[in-house]
Design a protein around this ligand. Structure first.
Ligand code: PXP
Length: 238
């Protein structure tokens, strides 16, 4: 069965909007795990727009399943990860002006920095995943990293989920990328833009082990509560 890692960034977004002390990502993480999530994801951005350093420390002590920390290869992030030791780090590209992660890593341009980050994290006992577009060129390049990747890679589902997209074509790209990566023995994850409406076709791809879903679940939780929002998503995943 495909597992669900709940991204709690936007619980922190709500808190930071007022500079308040509530709601906390940790409270949301506890409820999400109790409702059936296999793990929790948080993205510590260089600009600290939502998740703060203290949130990562607290999540480390509270999360019972897999704690997945999304981050760039910036030195301060690598230092923090090696200190906090999440179960997994997902390396993502980060641009200060973007609203959300806009695409996968460019393994050609950023290859050496990514390779160095993977080794540093791996030496600290942290599994590493790379966020990658379902682009055959990028997926082919993953093979160069496969020996060092203890975790695997996360396929960016953004294009598939966009309104007006050719969902069948975009899904095919995801299926092909998943099959290619799995053939090299990599674990396959997926996420970005997933909702209860579009999740099933991704969760049904047999080699996809885990989905990483945040904005929709947190948005739904504001209306119906985190427990129900997570259970609804798990039901939609099948
Ligand atoms: N995966 C990665 C690498 C992301 O950066 C994000 C957004 O933080 C997600 C998954 C989750 O996307 P969404 O919030 O749209 O569910």
């Amino acid at each position: 069965m495909t597992q669900l890692s709940v991204n709690v960034d936007h619980v922190a977004t709500l808190r930071q909007a007022r500079g308040a002390s509530y709601p906390t990502p940790v409270e949301a993480a506890r409820i999400a795990e109790a409702a059936g999530a296999s793990g929790i994801t948080a993205h510590l951005r260089v600009d600290r727009r939502h998740i703060q350093d203290a949130d990562v420390d607290e999540l480390r002590s509270v999360v019972r399943g897999k704690l997945n920390l999304e981050m760039s290869t910036a030195d301060e992030m690598l230092e923090l990860a090696c200190r906090v030791r999440p179960d997994q780090v997902t390396l993502v590209p980060e641009r200060p002006e973007e609203v959300t992660t806009e695409g996968g890593l460019d393994l050609a341009a950023a290859g050496p920095a990514i390779q160095a980050a993977i080794r540093r994290l791996r030496d600290a006992g942290i599994a590493v995943s790379l966020f990658i577009d379902p682009d055959p060129e990028q997926i082919r390049r993953l093979a160069d990293f496969s020996n060092d990747l203890a975790a695997g890679f996360e396929i960016n589902t953004d294009h598939y989920t966009r309104p007006g997209a050719d969902a069948n074509r975009e899904l095919e790209r995801i299926v092909d990328a998943a099959a290619m990566g799995a053939e090299w023995g990599l674990r396959v994850y997926a996420g970005h833009g997933l909702t209860t409406e579009n999740v099933r076709r991704v969760s049904e791809i047999p080699v996809v082990r885990e989905l990483n879903i945040g904005h929709f679940i947190v948005s739904r939780a504001v209306i119906v509560g985190m427990e129900r929002a997570v259970k609804e998503m798990l039901a939609a995943m099948g």
